[in-house]
Design a protein. Structure first.
Length: 74
């Protein structure tokens, strides 16, 4: 029951942030539509490059959490 309540509260906490950050998507879309193919590929590559470090950090934390949780259950 505690896990369900925590998940519900977490989803409510994250939801407003998604709307506030979604405005950047329209800016990138408008910018990319005005670029030629080579520049658009460069923009996409830059976005992937900037997203790599946070995704690795979140994935690492999740993996460590999963391993510790699994080892405690055994």
């Amino acid at each position: 029951m505690k896990k369900a309540i925590f998940a519900l509260l977490l989803s409510f906490a994250i939801a407003p942030g998604a709307q506030a950050l979604a405005q950047g998507c329209s800016v990138c879309t408008k910018t990319a539509s005005e670029l030629d193919a080579k520049s658009a590929r460069g923009l996409n590559g830059g976005i992937v490059y900037l997203a790599t470090l946070p995704l690795i950090a979140i994935g690492s934390i999740g993996f460590i959490w999963w391993r510790r949780t699994r080892s405690l259950e055994s």
